[in-house]
Design a protein around this ligand. Structure first.
Ligand SMILES: C[C@@]1(CC(=O)O)C2=NC(=C\c3[nH]c(c(CCC(=O)O)c3CC(=O)O)Cc3[nH]c(c(CC(=O)O)c3CCC(=O)O)/C=C3\N/C(=C\2)[C@@H](CCC(=O)O)[C@]3(C)CC(=O)O)/[C@H]1CCC(=O)O
Ligand SMILES: NC(=O)c1ccc[n+]([C@@H]2O[C@H](COP(=O)([O-])OP(=O)(O)OC[C@H]3O[C@@H](n4cnc5c(N)ncnc54)[C@H](O)[C@@H]3O)[C@@H](O)[C@H]2O)c1
Length: 212
């Protein structure tokens, strides 16, 4: 299968996860940073999922799956340990609803990458299902390579881009300035906590004075 990678906006939309085990928890964990309305359908929950429910971050329907549970959901995850139940979830899911099946046994509209988030930076890894174990290993390597400091770095690049777009009108000057924000010094200054130096650099770009 050749998959198409995309980043979905699922804020305020209904998402249904059928199953309350470790795999369900992996899916819910990935959904939590969004503002999706997360519904879990399962007669039981592992402790991690129970804590999300207690914190009001997901809604638990303490029951066996029934077809109407997927009504109005934009994403549906079948993560139970029963092939027959996953078949029933698949059957109930309409063609316009995106369906993910953790056992890969039938219709699969999308699969889930491993995700590393650093503020607005999203690193998503997939082997298209070839080796989930390697996907996880690669994620661990990325977590080390891209530490938490990247959140601040990306936030500063965003700030620069907003300022440049709001201040410079000439297209070529804009492009040049945006390019210059990618110089390695900005990352190093932020690492050293020298935000002033970064702001001074940006001001020079906005004044058309930066030459590096
Ligand atoms: C990335 C991650 C995200 C997530 O789960 O959301 C994810 N699997 C993770 C880990 C993982 N999964 C498995 C192992 C044990 C080692 C092994 O079996 O190799 C490990 C490793 C571990 O846990 O250490 C077992 C497994 N996985 C699938 C099957 C069914 C099959 O292949 O038939 C079986 C056999 C089940 C059985 O034996 O019955 C299927 C899928 N797993 C996927 C995603 C999709 C494609 C991933 C890709 O791009 O390659 C896909 C196709 C569908 C889907 O679930 O979307 C998550 C890392 C999360 C993180 O660390 O953040
Ligand atoms: N995609 C992946 O990363 C991955 C990894 C490992 C396993 N798997 C697959 O995912 C399946 C689930 O793994 P797990 O470790 O979470 O299993 P688990 O046994 O811990 O959890 C299964 C959950 O499904 C619930 N369930 C069973 N019947 C139900 C029903 N009728 N309605 C609602 N909920 C029901 C159970 O109560 C339980 O909460 C495995 O059997 C395997 O096929 C996928």
């Amino acid at each position: 299968m050749t998959y198409f990678p995309a980043l979905l906006n699922i804020d305020y939309k209904k998402v249904v996860v059928v199953g309350g085990g470790n795999v369900a928890a992996q899916k819910v964990r990935a959904l939590l940073p969004t503002k999706a309305n997360i519904h879990i359908i399962s007669p039981d929950l592992i402790a991690e999922l129970a804590s999300y429910v207690q914190e009001g971050r997901a809604i638990w329907h303490e029951k066996q799956f029934a077809p109407h549970d997927v009504d109005d959901a934009v994403l549906v995850f079948a993560t139970t340990n029963s092939e027959a139940v996953n078949d029933a979830v698949e059957e109930a899911t309409q063609h316009w609803q995106q369906f993910s099946r953790a056992d890969m046994k039938g219709r699969v509209d999308f699969i889930n990458p491993a995700v590393v988030r650093r503020g607005e930076l999203i690193l998503a890894v997939s082997t298209s299902g070839a080796s989930p174990g390697y996907t996880r290993k690669l994620k661990a390597e990325l977590e080390e390579q891209f530490d938490e400091s990247y959140a601040q770095y990306i936030a500063f690049l965003k700030h620069c881009r907003q300022q440049i777009n709001a201040t410079l009108t000439d297209k070529a000057a804009k492009r040049k300035a945006l390019q210059q924000t990618l110089c390695p010094e900005i990352f190093d200054w932020l690492q050293q906590g020298d935000v002033q130096q970064c702001e001074a650099f940006l001001q020079n770009l906005l004044n058309g004075e930066q030459s590096t």
